[in-house]
Write a protein that binds this ligand. Structure first.
Ligand SMILES: [Zn+2]
Ligand SMILES: [Zn+2]
Length: 440
């Protein structure tokens, strides 16, 4: 079909929609919604082969199939749930992608690493994480991204920004030092076997009392932090500004004066919003007393979320941190609407917002769950035994203790006859000799 024909056919179907709309008494001229409804229902083009792509515009986002415009921001929800894990919703994680090529993660809650892998983004680009506080539903997948991301091709350090606490033990640096300690066996078992450059964590801990101060500035992007009120001292929220666009992420907080002040003029304002108190009793089996405490005093109730958004008036308000089901979501929505009548998304995993100065487009991403490694961001390096020595040194381990003892070696059961053909197969297929271990 030529473009001319196609344009003609579209115009024809458009006119048919207008005619039908008028005939049916549906709104037509000034009401684009009514016109579209009637057109879609009654004026479908029917002569297209089902094998032809007629229109690439779809209501779904297919990762890695769309360019981001130079002035555009894309935000993908990779976790919108709660500390109580569920398959349908990972815990807090939002990916911000900018038209200049930069990508940032805000929180990396339990289960979110799988969501990130579904986007199939080269891991070198997922190397900057801003953690709002140290509850596992906000950083519980960090070790998964750290280890899994490196195995899937990240060969640059993973950089993490997070707040201090009331004491050093309550700060981000302490927590992540502990995480690295937890990973001692994991990393000892990999050093010398893989490209080890991605197994480095760069932690920047900043004062949680900073009020709207810049903690990251590069490539035209500014990220600011301000205090949040959540659980105990040491929780923060973030604002990212770039190209005259502003993204704000509360992480967890009770409504507070800093958010109300520093989230003003946000294009996209993401704020926690908890399950309605009656659902905390009926679904979460809380006592009424603890439901009232947790649902209104520890977290932000939907009614309070609405009040915050009515004050800051973002171009789009995003509520997250609740199990967004057919019934609980409705309850949250109705309660927010008691105090806020502006634009609103009730977040769910894989919700996507494309933000420009003129428009905010909201869709769901369609992703592949059975994910393999994405393309490499940079060429891989062969494993080096020096990495094992360096790791042992840094971890304070005697390098002789990394490996197999005579005890473990004595457990080997000989399957050489099953394995040897694999080497022969590879040698034959690739035209060079791969000697069987021990044969060289
Ligand atoms: Zn929390
Ligand atoms: Zn939380």
């Amino acid at each position: 079909m030529t473009y001319r024909n196609r344009a003609f056919r579209r115009a024809a179907s458009f006119m048919a929609g207008v005619a039908l709309g008028a005939w049916l008494g549906a709104p037509t001229s000034s009401d684009g919604y009514g016109l579209m409804f009637v057109s879609a229902a009654y004026a479908q083009e029917t002569d297209a082969s089902p094998t032809m792509v007629r229109d690439r515009e779809r209501d779904t986002y297919y990762p890695n199939t769309e360019d981001l415009a130079e002035d555009e921001m894309r935000v993908v929800a990779c976790g919108t749930g709660m500390p109580t894990t569920r398959a349908a919703q990972a815990a807090a994680c939002f990916l911000v992608e900018l038209g200049n090529g930069d990508k940032f993660l805000f929180d990396i809650g339990s289960g979110s690493a799988e969501r990130l892998s579904s986007l199939q983004i080269p891991y070198n680009y997922l190397d900057k994480i801003f953690v709002g506080h140290l509850h596992t539903d906000h950083f519980g997948a960090l070790h998964d991204l750290f280890i899994g991301g490196a195995l899937m091709g990240r060969n640059v350090p993973l950089r993490v920004w997070g707040p201090s606490g009331a004491t050093p033990e309550l700060g981000t640096a302490y927590a992540l030092k502990g995480m690295m300690q937890m990973l001692t066996w994991d990393m000892a078992g990999r050093a010398g076997n893989v490209d080890f450059r991605g197994y480095k964590l760069d932690v920047t801990e900043f004062d949680y009392k900073l009020e709207n101060e810049v903690i990251y500035e590069q490539n035209g992007v500014k990220i600011r932090t301000f205090p949040a009120i959540h659980a105990i001292d040491g929780a923060v929220s973030y604002a990212l500004e770039w190209n005259d666009l502003k993204f704000v992420f509360s992480s967890d907080t009770y409504p507070n004066k800093w958010f109300v002040e520093y989230a003003k003029n946000a294009d996209l304002a993401i704020h926690e919003c908890f399950i309605a108190v009656p659902d905390l009793v009926s679904k979460m089996r809380f006592t009424p007393e603890s439901a009232l405490l947790v649902g209104t005093q520890v977290h932000t109730a939907p009614e309070a979320f609405g009040k915050v958004m009515s004050e800051i008036r973002p171009r789009l308000a995003v509520a997250y941190h609740f199990f967004n089901d057919f019934d609980t979501g409705t309850a949250v929505y109705e309660r927010i609407r008691k105090t806020y009548d502006g634009p609103l998304s009730l977040a769910n995993d894989f919700m996507v917002w494309n933000v420009t100065k003129d428009d905010i487009r909201i869709r769901m991403a369609v992703t592949e769950e059975a994910t393999w490694a994405p393309p490499l961001g940079a060429p891989a390096q062969a494993p080096s035994l020096d990495d094992r020595a360096a790791f042992a040194g840094e971890a304070g381990i005697d390098i002789a203790d990394i490996g197999f003892s005579d005890f473990t070696k004595s457990g080997y059961w000989n399957v050489d006859d099953a394995l040897r053909p694999i080497f022969e197969e590879a040698s034959k297929a690739l035209g060079r000799e791969f000697p069987y271990p021990g044969d060289e």
